[in-house]
Ligand binder design. Structure first.
Ligand code: 5AD
Ligand code: SF4
Length: 465
């Protein structure tokens, strides 16, 4: 498999930032065996569909996309290797091969370091009569650590990079498939994370977003010879890790996502106070403002716990902008419960938020609960909540007008001469500016807010590196 001919790899990514990261790493793993990224699936030697299972009609979406890819595969004389990865593959691997037998490889999120071997198997079995795929399936949770097996050298991710430090979840919220598709919590060692972070910065990253399904549950082996913040244990928490990352020269900005309120410890809250590079924006899902629903969701925190946490975070970092996820219509949710969610939103004031109608995920406890909420009630509640959240997002953006904000430029805007970057609060900011500013941070005076972005004028260039 080490032929010299370059092969074209196209990866389609759905879902969360971790899937974006995983797609990049799958490309890294395949690079040594000759695969180079291709922008288009048409005529590609290999296409990977990296799927998401979290909400909505995940499986149906996969099968309809596979129908489209099947035609592209046929157009290559069935030479194209077609792989399905990610959480739908993990949850429905056998079903995928049964319903879409032209698929060659099905792999879960924990096995992609084994892709070269799977590709070799698929190539050996390839070109079966009638366009049947190779049927290679790897959806177990292997004993070896995937991150130890991945190559260090990675295609540059650009100015803003993702870095997975933790995977899986032990929380078992009633509605969520993640503990089943991504498995139990696993933390990478601090050494391997710091090595990857330095490498990303050397390749041009100026901002790193530390990723985990439950990122603030991260508890990784401390670097050899180091101590924890409080003593001599050999395990670090996320606050300590962020402090170490903040010391990497050239790294101007740090973020982390997604957190569970129950895992926000003192050291992590203290990191928001102590680290100027830790951006004042936190995605901290609360899901509901009703204690009854939170208990049914197995969230292990009350609305008051969340509110107290917000107060502590804001005391540590007064300009902290908060974001959250919400689910409306969880089984058993009444109008009064929904009103409690609205009350919590009014009290906290979110800068940004994502809200969803509850959708039953097979195999999760809530899916089998008797008190499912009528679709019409879910629709109405979602509209009401989204209107409130939209107003709050607009108010937050309007409050930025007139401020001088540090903006890290990441690329070109839609109009000639325009460049775009991110504010500390993760809002896209457009200015007229030189291409040479991309990759650097500048101070921008915000002059207007649009529904999903800000615009401003350059005040001062402040090159990070
Ligand atoms: N139905 C609706 N929303 C869900 N989420 C997770 N599972 C479900 C589900 N079954 C939402 C949660 C989570 C976000 C990533 O997706 O709000 O925080
Ligand atoms: Fe899912 Fe997040 Fe709950 Fe874990 S903490 S079960 S990932 S919603």
């Amino acid at each position: 498999m080490t032929g010299t001919k370059r092969k074209r790899l196209h990866v389609i990514t759905w879902g969360c930032q971790m899937n974006v990261y995983d797609s990049g790493r799958m490309a890294d793993v395949l690079a040594p065996i000759g695969y180079a990224p291709a922008a288009d699936p048409d005529g590609a030697d290999m296409v990977i569909l990296n799927t998401c299972h979290i909400r909505d009609k995940a499986a149906e979406k996969v099968f309809s996309e596979l129908g489209r890819l099947r035609r592209l595969k046929e157009a290559t004389g069935n030479r194209m290797i077609l792989a399905v990865a990610g959480c739908v593959a993990q949850a429905e691997g056998a079903e995928i091969l049964a319903r879409a037998p032209y698929v060659d490889i099905v792999l879960g999120p924990q096995t992609y370091h084994r892709l070269p071997e799977m590709v070799a198997r698929a190539a050996r079995a390839g070109g079966k009569a009638g366009g049947r795929g190779a049927g290679v399936i790897e959806t177990d949770f292997p004993p070896e650590d995937k991150f130890d097996q991945l190559p260090q050298s990675r295609a540059p991710q650009g100015v803003t990079a993702f870095l997975t430090v933790q995977e899986g979840c032990d929380k078992f919220c009633s509605f969520c498939v993640v503990p089943y598709t991504r498995g139990a919590e696993q933390s990478r060692s601090a050494d391997s994370i710091l090595r990857e972070a330095r490498h990303l910065v050397a390749q041009g990253a100026r901002e790193i977003t530390v990723l985990g399904q439950n990122v603030n549950a991260w508890h990784g082996a401390a670097p050899a010879g180091s101590t924890s913040g409080s003593g001599s244990t050999s395990v670090w928490g996320l606050g300590r890790l962020l402090r170490a990352l903040a010391e990497i020269p050239g790294l101007g900005r740090l973020r982390y996502t997604t957190s569970h309120p129950g895992d926000m410890d003192d050291d992590l809250i203290g990191a928001h106070r102590d680290l100027p590079t830790l951006m004042p924006y936190l995605h901290l899902p609360v899901q509901s403002g009703s204690d009854r629903v939170l208990a049914a969701m197995n969230r292990k925190h009350s609305a008051a716990d969340y509110w107290r946490l917000v107060e502590r975070l804001r005391a540590a970092r007064p300009d902290l902008a908060l974001s959250s996820d919400f689910i409306v219509g969880h089984p058993g949710e009444t109008e009064a419960d929904f009103e409690a969610t609205l009350a919590l939103v009014r009290a906290v004031k979110f800068a940004q938020a994502y809200s969803f109608k509850y959708s039953p995920r097979p195999g999760t406890p809530a899916a089998g609960a008797p008190s499912q909420v009528a679709e019409a009630d879910k629709d109405r509640r979602l509209r009401t909540l989204q209107a409130l959240l939209r107003d709050q997002q607009g108010e937050f953006a309007a409050g930025c007008v007139g401020l001088d904000l540090a903006v890290l430029f990441t690329g070109f805007g839609r109009h000639p001469g325009q460049i775009v970057g991110r504010s500390p609060f993760l809002q896209p900011v457009h200015v007229m500016g030189q291409a040479g500013l991309i990759g650097t941070e500048s101070i921008v005076r915000i002059i207007a807010n649009m529904p999903n972005s800000l615009s401003g004028t350059l005040v001062e260039e402040r090159r990070i590196a």
